[in-house]
Design a protein around this ligand. Structure first.
Ligand code: ADP
Ligand code: ADP
Length: 222
């Protein structure tokens, strides 16, 4: 029962007097190792869906199961622990810490789990090697190109060995050629590690290279 499942997930935002039903009984299932594209118009709620699936945002109702573990009944502490143990995120903007080097940015999330500095450094170096940045360990984000920054962000997402990767327009800020290269790398890594992945993209060509496409509009998968 590994993978990622959403079961009748609802989320409504209140904007003044207005109610916005962003997620309307959303249900789907990603089997382990499945790589699925999430497509839909801007403002449809893809980010909200990813944040909910990633246990960052609590839905109003419904359940999110990660590797068969139901999150609905967990308290905040246990939900956070489940997220840390199982889920990696990549965003459109890299969100790297500007004062820290590439390797430090990949070390930091591991320190939270209590791993030794030495082991975390070793793993961070290996991950940065996997994304082709073994020559850039000591560079700060500002000294890296956009594609390199995003590759550090991918390494960071994998730092705690997640089983599920969630990505929100991971190549949306890059020029088309760089975007293609970074996307190739992301897909290759996700497949080689056997991750289950849900990747929001506006790029239909990239979407069609995944195992399956989920269309999301009007609060529903359609
Ligand atoms: P997408 O990622 O598909 O562009 P979002 O999930 O970012 O969509 O947003 C869906 C809708 O919900 C948008 O209309 C957005 O303005 C609104 N929204 C998102 N987050 C919040 C929030 N925290 N409070 C109120 N409205 C929000
Ligand atoms: P994107 O479409 O690039 O995913 P958005 O601009 O829709 O990003 O949202 C960025 C962040 O701002 C998200 O965390 C979202 O929840 C929040 N957000 C979006 N719209 C609103 C809003 N109307 N009110 C409050 N927060 C919002």
């Amino acid at each position: 029962e590994k993978g990622l499942s959403l079961a009748k997930v609802n989320k409504t935002y209140h904007q003044g007097a207005k109610e916005l039903h962003v997620l309307n009984d959303v249900s789907f299932n990603l089997v382990p190792g499945e790589i699925v594209a999430l497509v839909g118009p801007s403002g449809a709620g893809k980010s909200t869906l990813l944040h909910s699936a990633g246990l960052l945002e609590k839905p109003d109702s419904g359940d999110i199961l990660v590797n068969g573990i139901s999150s609905a009944s967990l308290n905040d502490k246990h939900r956070t622990a489940l997220r840390r143990d199982t889920i990696g995120f990549v965003y459109q903007y890299h969100h790297l810490l500007p004062e820290f080097s590439a390797v430090e940015n990949v070390i930091l999330p591991q320190m939270i789990t209590g791993l030794s500095q030495k082991k975390a450094h070793k793993r961070a170096s290996e991950l940065l090697d996997m994304v082709g940045l073994s020559e850039r360990l000591a560079h700060r984000p500002g000294e890296l190109s956009g594609g390199e920054q995003q590759r550090v962000a991918i390494a960071r997402a994998l730092a705690n060995a997640p089983t599920v990767l969630l990505a929100d327009e991971p190549t949306g800020n890059l020029d088309p050629e760089t975007a293609n290269r970074v996307f190739d790398l992301l897909l290759k890594l996700v497949r080689s590690v056997g991750l289950t992945a849900l990747i929001a993209t506006h790029n239909h060509e990239l979407a069609n290279r995944m195992d399956r496409v989920l269309h999301f509009e009007g609060g529903k998968i359609c």
